[in-house]
Design a protein around this ligand. Structure first.
Ligand SMILES: [Ca+2]
Ligand SMILES: [Ca+2]
Length: 170
């Protein structure tokens, strides 16, 4: 019994370092594996808690747009600039917003570039320990598609080069 709980603790520690504790449902440790959105998360009050993004780390979550906005919260371990992007195998047209803890929009992006319908925000300096919110929504309110949300605090990682995980039956 003792040995079992210690093993579990070690596993959780490894997950936290490798993929960040995005959501409770994070199962693997490979970089290409992401957490899963936990609905309902359509308001600031019900936002999925991504936890603390480690410095020079990254975190990803697979979600689905189905007529509702998706809310996530995070903090950064060290004050830093953060890159937040969406990707979609189905070429889903996302709009990305970062809010402060009071719900005021800090950054908004619709398209990465003309003709590239996913979104990218390069924030200014974010303060450690301060709660920030991410809102992912479809450009069309009736859109339905799967997407992956990436949060990077490492300038050495280009999210566009990361493999897109396969949503499990979403
Ligand atoms: Ca959703
Ligand atoms: Ca867009």
């Amino acid at each position: 019994m003792k040995r079992k709980s210690r093993k579990r603790l070690l596993h959780l520690t490894a997950v936290a370092f490798l993929v960040c504790l995005c959501l409770g449902s994070v199962a693997g440790t490979a970089q290409s594996e992401c957490g899963l959105e936990d609905e309902p998360n359509g308001t600031m009050q019900t936002a999925n808690v991504l936890g603390q993004i480690p410095f020079w780390g990254s975190c990803c979550v697979m979600g689905r747009i189905n007529g509702w906005k998706d809310f996530f919260t995070f903090t950064v371990e060290v004050g830093s600039e953060v890159t937040i992007t969406t990707a979609s195998r189905e070429n889903g047209d996302t709009v990305l917003t970062v809010l402060d803890a009071a719900g005021n929009p800090l950054y908004v992006n619709d398209d990465v570039a003309p003709g590239v319908l996913q979104s990218r925000i390069d924030t200014g300096y974010l303060y450690p320990g301060v709660l920030y919110y991410i809102v992912v929504e479809g450009f069309s309110k009736s859109a339905q598609f799967n997407y992956v949300l990436y949060i990077n605090t490492s300038p050495s990682i280009d999210p566009s080069t990361l493999p897109l995980p396969t949503p499990p039956g979403l």
